[in-house]
Design a protein around this ligand. Structure first.
Ligand SMILES: O=C(O)CCC(=O)C(=O)O
Length: 263
């Protein structure tokens, strides 16, 4: 099955959801014009890492973000992996991914499970506890957020419940470790025999320059297409899920696993 995927490698205006919504709309329009099936946004696309303002800008229950994503999904007939946004659930704050289909229906929500100490996430946010698997545009998939990719066991937990044919990754990955971003993602693709579709932001905030290099990787770990490290871009890539089935058929790592040895 062929799937056309558009990744919005965008800069993010710190603490300004309306400005960022306008940017996302622009990319949704371009993705629709390119006849993409799926649009993928970066981590914290709505506000960036504006943690000091969380109490005023976090989305209560995620309602505003889900409403916005549903609206553009319907308007532009796009399935959307909605990056992530800061949400408030009860008295806790989370880094939350929403995925909506092209009818505007939510197909999953996920709170980032591994909080990133170098950006002080754990001082402000609570960590998620649940995996994130879903079917989008007819393709079984999983989704994780940024630092999560350094925990192959967490991704394996999701991928082993599959077969998931695509691993979606959304990030605000700094430029100084951008080589690691690429290597980690290629390894996750190879070991899980999956396509990896990864969206990173560009631009900067007070403390970080972000490194772009959004990319799509095939199940052999080869980069199909990659954006550069500096510029905003809409990366449009067509994948064929038959490629994943061929790789999985050759080396049956999921069948050959011995989970009893690992825990
Ligand atoms: O693991 C890294 O180097 C970057 C992680 C990160 O920036 C994040 O999780 O927000």
């Amino acid at each position: 099955m062929k799937l056309k995927i558009a990744i919005a490698q965008m800069a993010i205006a710190l603490g300004q959801p309306e400005v960022n919504q306008a940017t996302v709309k622009k990319y949704a329009q371009q993705a629709a014009a390119a006849e993409a099936d799926v649009l993928v946004l970066p981590e914290m696309w709505s506000t960036g890492y504006a943690f000091e303002q969380l109490t005023t800008i976090a989305d209560q229950g995620g309602a505003r973000s889900q409403g916005f994503l549903s609206e553009i999904a319907r308007q532009y007939q796009l399935n959307i992996v909605g990056g992530s946004v800061a949400t408030q659930q009860g008295t806790s704050y989370y880094n939350t991914m929403y995925v909506v289909d092209d009818q505007g229906q939510r197909v999953s929500s996920y709170h980032k499970a591994h909080l990133f100490g170098l950006m002080a996430e754990e001082q402000y946010l609570a960590a998620g506890e649940q995996i994130n698997t879903f079917t989008l545009a007819g393709v079984p998939a999983a989704g994780v957020i940024c630092y999560d990719i350094r925990f192959p066991e967490w991704l394996r937990t999701m991928m082993a419940q599959g077969p998931q044919q695509i691993l979606y990754v959304v990030a605000e990955w700094p430029i100084q470790r951008i080589a690691q971003w690429q290597i980690l993602l290629q390894a996750r693709a190879i070991e899980n025999q999956t396509f990896v579709v990864a969206a990173n932001r560009v631009g900067h905030d007070a403390n970080n320059q972000f490194g772009g290099r959004s990319l799509v990787i095939d199940p052999l770990g080869q980069i199909i297409q990659q954006a550069d490290d500096n510029d905003e871009a809409l990366l449009v890539v067509t994948i064929d899920t038959a490629d994943e089935q061929a790789v999985r058929g050759q080396i049956p790592v999921f069948h050959d696993r011995r989970p009893a040895l690992y825990d």
